[in-house]
Design a protein around this ligand. Structure first.
Ligand code: PLP
Ligand code: COI
Length: 338
């Protein structure tokens, strides 16, 4: 597409050609519609507006070295949207509809898929909302499933350079038996004040601890966290962490590289022992963490030389990107090749 500076894209919305939509009405999903309209019209009493019946997903398509387009692990995003919908008592698209919608919207926006070598990709945003009118607190009887795409560059301005993180002990994004494990809008609304608190002090991201004891690491903003120590890839297990598909992939790559994989509660104090640290997610990819500041103790934990990604993070990043851009084989069958 002429006029897009692919190499300098940030992580934001850019208008593309079309989006796709399906409506749940009268007990079924209606056939997918393709539209150029960026707006939606919904009832003022729609449950998504009042009671937060909203779930979304984030995944990416990549223009490969061979010119082919690859969509990364869409089946996992479909499954997670189904889990999110179950928790919010919403009607979910099944895996087939989800993947059909994703493939359709990507292929219909082919000219917006960034060229290979620019480091950019096409971000895919599936959205599920309750559109039926209710005033009592109950689930809607009508839903809209929509998928749009937008070309994106790095989530953090620093790209693959390490970010500085601050622990937020003032705000929680999710509770142990709440909605942290599903991808619903309310979690993100609940993180905005916290995010601003962190940015206001000059940090790229906040780190959340478990809400009950404030003892264990949960997540890093809108990304999972990992640390590397003594040949182990260590990542938090917590009921209030979003099960990241990137993290799941990195655990597999790490194990196949010979790292021991530990998914377990990670005490904040362990930050002092990590040789490397990183945050990971679809948007963040791997964003190495250079330092974590704990305002409670006044301690700043640093990893490696804190200005460069550590060697395992580099290896993991290259392995993941290699598969996504078709530079390396995909022995796990993660890509849908269009
Ligand atoms: N944690 C949160 C809170 C997120 O919003 C995301 C993004 O989707 C992730 C982690 C990373 O998940 P994934 O790797 O599936 O994108
Ligand atoms: C992700 O897709 O990795 C995200 O967390 C997206 C974020 C912008 C909500």
């Amino acid at each position: 597409m002429d006029g897009i500076d692919w190499g300098n894209l940030g992580f934001g919305y850019l208008k593309t050609g079309v989006n796709v939509r399906s409506y749940w009405r009268n007990g079924r999903w209606e056939p997918l519609e393709v539209t150029g309209d960026e707006n939606i019209t919904i009832h003022m009493a729609a449950t998504c507006l009042h009671y937060g019946q909203e779930a979304f997903e984030g995944l990416k398509a990549f223009r490969g070295k061979d010119g082919k387009v690859r969509i990364f692990r869409a089946d996992e995003n479909a499954k997670r949207m189904i889990r999110s919908a179950e928790y919010l008592r919403m009607q979910a698209p099944d895996e087939e509809l989800f993947i059909d919608a994703v493939k359709t919207v990507v292929s219909r926006n082919e000219e917006f898929i960034p060229p290979y070598g620019t480091g950019a990709s096409l971000y895919i945003r599936p959205l599920l909302i309750g559109t039926g009118a209710q005033v009592g607190v109950k689930p809607a009887d009508e839903y809209m499933f929509l998928v749009f795409v937008t070309p994106v560059g790095p989530y953090y301005k620093s790209g693959f350079n390490p970010i500085r993180v601050i622990i937020d002990r003032e705000h929680d994004r999710a509770a142990p038996h709440g909605t942290g494990h599903v991808k619903v809008g309310g979690n993100y609304a609940a993180s905005l004040l916290s995010g601003d608190w962190g940015y206001g002090q000059g940090y790229s991201s906040v780190m959340y601890l478990d809400a009950k004891e404030k003892k264990y690491i949960d997540e890093c903003g809108a990304a999972n966290f990992y640390g590397i120590r003594d040949g182990a890839y260590i990542t938090p297990k917590s009921s209030s962490v979003l099960p990241s598909i990137t993290n799941m992939s990195l655990r597999r790559l790490a194990a196949d590289m010979g790292l021991r994989v530990e998914e377990r509660p990670v005490d904040v104090a362990e930050l002092a022992t990590f040789e490397e640290a990183g945050s990971c997610g679809t948007a963040a990819v791997i964003s190495p963490v250079g330092s974590v500041y704990d305002p409670d103790s006044g301690v700043t934990y640093t990893f490696g030389d804190s200005t460069h990604a550590g060697p395992w993070s580099v290896k993991l990043y290259e392995a993941l990107r290699g598969i996504q851009y078709g530079e390396r084989e995909d022995p796990y069958g993660w890509n849908i090749v269009l």
